[in-house]
Design a protein around this ligand. Structure first.
Ligand code: RIB
Ligand code: CA
Length: 309
């Protein structure tokens, strides 16, 4: 597959960190920028973590900081899972580099213009930066080829029974994206919960020996304990799955559907209302990824991490 321009919008976050480590080793990705948003932890910390992972991976993409809170609702975080530092408590030095003053949403628009309609947005955190970019630049939808997101679910949720964290954290921004006309490929919990990595597989990755492979294993140790306590076989690779999907969708099952986001319901706030079956009520404005060949996906993760020496 030829190389294509992407922006990775993220809230590092342990699985964001893993996705960024993988992204560095994917020749198909021309990473024009990494943009950060408040999500798992506050935006200052997600930005520090993006700097840490950039340094750890040896990458050189520019980093732009974005929104410190959602568009309308109060900010929530996921530090209970990701740790107060957002990286599972791993001790990693904070690089001294400054980041540009340009805000994430302005960088998204500027780079989208530079890419003449070829830009792919890979969004693996709350969608606030994209919501602001859509509100500020009405021609943005014509400049973005597609958006691949980690978020939502046709069934269930991980923050409430109805809502997944990235969508629940900013449901208004998410609905703006689904209504924007940009083709959205939603990698929700339906598929990401199937992409678990077992403790043994994580140890295998760590045993590859590079500092990056060890970091990949380390960041998941805190979260893995919780998944095992919940009776799962291993921690879900939510963000790495969405990143990989953007490059190779051949190991996945994708459906063309209608998706809108509940922005008002007391119990249903943040639900990605997905018309998979009714086929009569909603315009098919998006795509939902419902299945993955887990074994092949894990092999690809291993192959990519082997590239670090
Ligand atoms: O629900 C999982 C998502 O929320 C992942 O992107 C994780 O990093 C958190 O942001
Ligand atoms: Ca994330």
């Amino acid at each position: 597959m030829k190389c294509f321009p992407v922006i990775i919008d993220c809230d590092p976050g342990v699985d964001d960190a893993a996705a960024l480590l993988l992204a560095k080793q994917m020749p198909e990705l021309d990473i024009r920028a990494v943009t950060t948003v408040a999500g798992n932890v506050g935006v200052d910390q997600t930005t520090v973590n993006a700097l840490r992972i950039r340094a750890a991976s040896g990458a050189a993409y520019p980093i732009f900081a974005g929104a410190d809170k959602p568009l309308f609702r109060e900010r929530i975080d996921a530090s209970a899972f990701h740790g107060e530092d957002g990286l599972g408590g791993v001790a990693y030095p904070v690089p001294k580099e400054e980041i540009p003053a340009e805000k994430a949403w302005d960088a998204i628009y500027r780079i989208a213009k530079e890419c003449n309609g070829e830009l792919v947005l890979i969004a693996i955190g709350p969608l606030t930066n994209i919501g602001i970019a859509l509100a500020k630049y009405k021609e943005l939808p014509q400049l973005v080829k597609k958006a691949v997101i980690m978020g939502g679910a046709a069934v269930g949720g991980n923050v409430t029974p109805c809502a997944e964290f990235n969508i629940y954290a900013d449901p208004h921004a998410a609905d703006m994206l689904f209504c924007s006309g940009i083709p959205v490929y939603m990698c929700g919990l339906d598929v990401t919960m199937k992409a678990f990595v077992t403790p043994e597989e994580l140890d295998e990755i760590g045993a590859l020996g590079s500092s990056q492979a060890k970091l990949f294993r380390e960041v998941f140790q805190m979260g893995q304990k919780k998944y095992l306590e919940w009776g799962m076989k291993g921690v879900a690779l939510h963000d790495p799955l969405a990143l990989y999907y953007a490059v190779d969708d051949s190991i996945f099952e994708t459906h063309h559907v209608g998706i809108r986001v509940e922005t008002k319901g007391a119990l249903t706030l943040g639900k990605t209302v997905t018309d998979l079956y009714s086929d009569k009520q909603m315009e098919h404005n998006a795509y939902i990824v419902m299945d993955v060949n887990r074994e092949v996906f894990l092999q690809k993760v291993m192959e990519l991490m082997k590239k670090y020496d």
